[in-house]
Design a protein around this ligand. Structure first.
Ligand code: SPQ
Length: 426
């Protein structure tokens, strides 16, 4: 895709719906494939990452129909997956790769799995270690990187303290636990997104959360349930920040998933002085509401500790908010950002500096001294969807023209991002 040019934006106004939640879309296909019966998924995210998940399950013999309205997964049951004829390719998707490790650990066939250049740099040792303790045959390059080789094994339950607050690691262990001969428990250092637990419960699996301990009892089967995927708060985040920093803006984002393990962005933006209101709140398998944001005078904040896993993917765009906020924002305890699709700390520090922001990298985060006017620049995207969208939001409030190089990477999680922006007057 050609570079995109952006100039300082007119006020952003209107109502939008952002695409379906990426984390829930992946899990809907995975759990639908392992269930007995047919799963109809509405609101599915047609982003490249979720299409990688569909592709992997098709290669393992699962029939998946994609129509304009819904995705239909014809479940094969817990023990119905077939050995793929080719290697499984997970593209750019950490969620597909790590959750599949858990599922493949329990199969009675062997296969290889890999992804793109970014996936081959992301740490898999954190998943390999507990799965081996459960009895799985799994290895990777230097014991840590893709391509991974996975072979079946007889699994037994473990009680495992997670070294990092990671929903992918937690989910991989719980998914392997579906195939174990006893209970599996994970102990979280801080709460991470709990979609796996909620969705498995809805499919009839006994998953008990007691404080920071989550215990799964292996079921005989999962029973299929239709799934309505809410809009992704991680995608809404770009418009929440854009609404705050582009003068005169007022916009509403409809039907956003506001699971409390994902709403750290709302807490921090409000703490920074953002005018954000929730309406039309509905409680279901996942709570949803409409979010309205108005242009706000932001001030700096400290973002650290237990809130970090609740906003880990929103930190790049929060760094943009910080650059337009009066005073200092300190982000700590966010070293996990270094092992995402790119090193998101280094990427944001470099790109915000190009716009003239006063920002410095620290060992586990960054310090942003905001409030001075920023100017347009040519921004790199590091082949990372969240960096591309964060810098596009930044460009809307910079003076002069900016360029987003390689903007096509937004297709990983939000293919229509630039169309939505244009529709709002951006
Ligand atoms: O799937 P992937 O590539 O890891 O995607 C990211 C993202 O920014 O879209 C992270 F790079 O989201 C992760 C998130 O950071 C999705 C996720 C999940 O669905 O379980 C959990 C988080 O990762 P982790 O490592 O903290 O568990």
């Amino acid at each position: 895709m050609n570079p995109i040019h952006l100039t300082a934006s007119a006020p952003l106004r209107g109502e939008i719906t952002v695409p379906g939640d990426k984390s829930i879309s992946h899990r809907a296909v995975m759990f639908g494939a392992l269930a007995k019966g047919t799963t109809h998924i509405t609101g599915f995210l047609m982003g490249e990452d979720c299409l990688s998940t569909i592709d992997c399950f098709r290669k393992m013999g699962v029939q998946i129909e994609v129509t304009e309205r819904e995705v239909i997964v014809h479940g094969v049951g817990l023990h119905g997956l077939k050995a793929p004829a080719d290697d499984l390719y997970t593209g750019n998707s950490g969620t597909t790769t790590r959750l599949l490790c858990g599922i493949l650990a329990g199969q009675d066939f062997s296969c290889r799995m890999s992804g793109d250049a970014s996936i081959q740099k992301r740490p898999m040792g954190r998943v390999i270690k507990p799965l081996r303790e459960m009895g799985a045959q799994i290895d990777g390059v230097d014991g840590n990187f893709c391509p991974l080789t996975l072979g079946g094994g007889k699994l037994h339950g473990i009680r495992y303290p997670l070294p990092v607050a990671s929903a992918q690691l937690k989910s991989a262990i719980l998914l392997a636990g579906l195939y174990a001969d006893g209970e599996t428990a994970v102990i979280e250092p801080a709460p991470s997104r709990d979609h796996t637990e909620r969705m498995l419960r809805a499919l009839g699996v006994k998953v008990v959360t007691d404080g920071n301990v989550i215990t799964l009892t292996p079921p005989a089967e999962l029973s299929a349930q239709d799934i309505a995927v809410p809009a992704d708060i991680s995608s809404a985040a770009f418009f929440l920040v854009a609404g705050c920093i582009v003068p005169g803006s007022e916009l509403t984002i409809r039907n956003v998933g506001v699971n409390p393990t994902r709403t750290g962005i709302l807490d921090v933006l409000r703490d920074m002085g953002a005018d954000i209101t929730m309406s039309n709140i509905r409680d279901g398998a996942e709570p949803v509401c409409d979010l309205t944001v108005r242009y706000s005078h932001l001030h700096g904040a400290e973002i650290s500790g237990g809130i970090i896993p609740r906003l880990i993917d929103e930190l790049p765009v929060l760094a943009v908010a910080a650059a337009f906020a009066e005073g200092e924002t300190v982000i700590r305890d966010a070293q996990e950002l270094k092992v995402k699709e790119s090193n998101r700390i280094a990427a944001m520090v470099t790109e915000l500096s190009k716009a003239g922001a006063d920002v410095s990298e620290t060992a586990d985060g960054m310090v942003v001294r905001g409030g001075a006017p920023l100017h347009g620049a040519s921004f790199d995207t590091y082949n990372d969807h969240r960096i591309a969208m964060s810098m596009a939001v930044c460009a809307l409030a910079c003076g002069g023209e900016s360029t987003i190089l390689d903007p096509g990477v937004v297709a990983i999680s939000y293919p229509s991002f630039f169309d939505t922006l244009l529709g709002l007057g951006g």
